[in-house]
Design a protein around this ligand. Structure first.
Ligand code: PGA
Length: 252
């Protein structure tokens, strides 16, 4: 049976591959990807490989995403990544506010401006929110998530056809090989939905929530929860075509 909506699989390659390796991996994934009716597969290579991977996936059902963007499109911003250039390379998505970017000084305010910039350049923002281990232990997860979602979406008005993806990524789980219990994910996803909808009831049918953090082919279905959580961000397990295609193949 066909799914009512596509499930997202966002492959976050981080800064782990050379440009040539990114091209080769994209080609291998493209050759093995068979579920385009049910799965929206987005490859997010490192910025230097965006154009080349964009050429590989061009005309296919596989989509391209950036791992980050800056909030201005042009100007004297040495070293930043223009959302306009990212779109020009063929990207339709951009990860924003990943904990590995927040760690290097990206603030909630930056995240908010980047969400706006993404939308202005027809990029679908994949906004990551998540608590640290310390915050988790102090039972502050709910508060942290509500704050991050509220700040990320502040004053954001979506035009017809635009959407946002909110990704719950517990910081301490990323790359650990040990995903959190799916009941925790379900609880947090409900908080994200509630927060975003409270903020602007008009947003209600314009955002999707997904989960990221040590997703693999055995646990992937724990995190795709009905219409609540509609997909996953995959880091480590997206770095080999075999494991990513296996994971996609296992999605119910
Ligand atoms: P992981 O990374 O799958 O390796 O935990 C996920 C992410 O950082 O988005």
């Amino acid at each position: 049976m066909l799914a009512k909506y596509k499930k997202y699989v966002i492959a976050n390659w981080k800064m782990t591959l050379s440009n040539q390796e990114s091209i080769a991996l994209a080609k291998e994934i493209l050759a093995g990807f068979k579920r385009s009716d049910e799965v929206e597969l987005v490859l997010c290579p490192t910025a230097t490989a965006l154009s080349a991977v964009g050429r590989v996936v061009q005309g296919s059902s596989v989509k391209l995403g950036a791992q980050n963007i800056f909030y201005h499109a042009t100007g004297a911003y040495t070293g930043q990544i223009s959302p306009a250039n990212v779109a020009e390379a063929g990207a339709e998505y951009s990860i924003i506010g990943h904990s590995e970017s927040r760690k290097f000084g990206e603030s909630d305010d930056d995240v908010n401006r980047k969400v706006l910039a993404a939308l202005n350049h027809n990029l679908i923002p994949i906004v990551c929110v998540g608590e640290t281990f310390e915050e988790y232990n102090q039972r502050k997860t709910d508060v942290v998530i509500i704050k991050q979602v509220t700040r990320a979406l502040e004053d954001i008005k979506l035009k017809a056809g635009q959407k946002i993806i909110l990704a719950y990524e517990p910081v301490w789980v990323i790359g650990s090989g040990q995903a959190v219990n799916h009941s925790i994910v379900e609880h947090i996803v409900r908080i994200i939905v509630h927060t975003a909808t409270e903020l602007d009831p008009g947003l209600a049918d314009k955002f999707d929530v997904i989960y990221g953090g040590s997703v693999d082919e055995n646990n992937v279905n724990d995190f795709i929860i009905g219409s609540l959580s509609k997909g996953v961000i995959v880091g480590n397990k997206s770095l080999e075509a075999k494991s990513l295609i296996g994971l996609i193949g296992n999605i119910n």
